[in-house]
Design a protein around this ligand. Structure first.
Ligand code: UT7
Length: 336
């Protein structure tokens, strides 16, 4: 058996910055409310009129950087894993678009549909392929274009102000050293809460003709719905459980964590976890202030920034943890 290790990281954010005050042109909200409840100051939203960014193209741009930083070329990549809840098309998914956009050989491409936990699930899947020796280098991407599908009105403000666009990517490569790289991954789900954070239509359960036939101006089924406080309460519990599970599996203590990268759902959630585990500011990386919640992209973007800032060094213990729609949650423990 081999181990998998992250050999390259990359990110791509659209240029267009939307501050909390900018949101006031569409909805009744305030910088104070958003900062106090979420920690978010601004996010990136694709400027649809002046940019050709898409979920796939952003993912490809982040992926290209990760491949270069791994010291590889696209010809060295054996497989693509693409995590998103906002694909360019209903089908096919974003992975095949990346294969085309980066001019890659006809390697396999798999899409992961696990929302905020998508990147943690994607890392786990890549890890299994590498452990068995099936693949040597896998490009793992998390990318989201939320702004194209959010309701820009006061009715949608509870969700719309939170989400941002962007992409992050890593290259995972085979290593024969079983003491480095991904040490363990932990995945969970609880589908009875699927509707607490969901976008129901259009889907085969609620198709376009039904939506059009009803023609109901109060229909919000094609916008994301989140039962915010309910999700929040579950998030703090599941984040903690996933981190503890990862530590226990590897006989690690809280103090052994050099860097915790939580999915950037809400700064208050990250701060709660930090306090609960008694971690210092240097042990937790947050950038939700600048990008909002970018769902499957949030962990790889944060991981890339932490690495770029020199906050992740060889030998460090890095923990990734996520919770989100599904509900799904999980963690990854890495010896960098
Ligand atoms: O990434 C996947 C996982 N996601 C999460 O973990 C998110 C978890 N939940 C949360 O982060 C928080 O619940 C939110 C940030 C979504 C909301 O914060 P909250 O403190 O739970 O607020 P709330 O939804 O209970 O709303 C409180 C009030 C309401 O007004 P009333 O009914 O008290 O008069 C809302 O209408 O705030 C109002 N409100 C807003 N006001 C200004 C909701 N959205 C806004 C807004 N601007 N954007």
């Amino acid at each position: 058996m081999y181990n998998s290790k992250i050999t390259g990281v990359g990110k791509y954010l659209p240029d267009n910055i939307v501050t909390n005050n900018d949101l006031k042109q569409w909805m009744d909200t305030s910088d104070e409310w958003i900062q106090e409840r979420t920690g978010i100051k601004e996010r990136r939203w694709i400027d649809a009129k002046n940019s050709d960014d898409t979920t796939s193209s952003m993912g490809a741009k982040a992926g290209k950087i990760a491949i270069e930083r791994a010291g590889l070329t696209t010809n060295d990549i054996d497989f693509i894993i693409f995590a998103t809840l906002s694909p360019d098309m209903y089908f096919p998914g974003g992975g095949v678009r990346v294969q085309d956009l980066l001019g890659m050989p006809t390697v396999g491409a798999l899409d992961i549909r696990n929302q905020c936990s998508g990147f943690v699930y994607a890392i786990s899947v890549a890890d299994q392929f590498i452990k068995t020796g099936m693949y040597k280098n896998i490009l793992v991407i998390g990318s989201e274009n939320h702004s194209g599908g959010l309701e820009r009105s006061t009715r949608g403000r509870g969700v719309t102000v939170i989400f941002g666009d962007g992409a992050g990517a890593v290259v995972m490569s085979q290593t024969k050293n079983n003491n480095e790289g991904v040490l363990s991954t932990h995945l969970h789900s609880e589908g009875k809460y699927a509707k607490e954070l969901a976008l129901e239509g259009p889907s085969t359960g609620r198709w376009v003709d039904a939506i059009m036939a009803e023609n109901n101006p109060d229909d919000v089924s094609y916008y994301p719905y989140m039962n915010g406080q309910f999700v929040f309460k579950h998030a703090v519990v599941r984040f903690s459980e996933a981190i503890i599970e990862g530590l226990e599996k590897n006989n690690l203590q809280k103090d052994d964590i050099d860097m915790l990268i939580p999915h950037q759902a809400n700064l208050r959630i990250a701060q709660f976890i930090q306090k609960k585990f008694g971690l210092s500011n240097a042990q937790v990386y947050n950038n939700i202030m600048r990008y909002g919640n970018t769902t499957a992209a949030s962990i790889p973007i944060a991981l890339t920034e932490a690495w770029e800032e020199g906050k992740i060094k060889d030998g460090n213990t890095v923990v990734l943890a996520a919770f989100g729609s599904g509900f799904t949650w999980g963690s990854v423990v890495i010896k960098w």
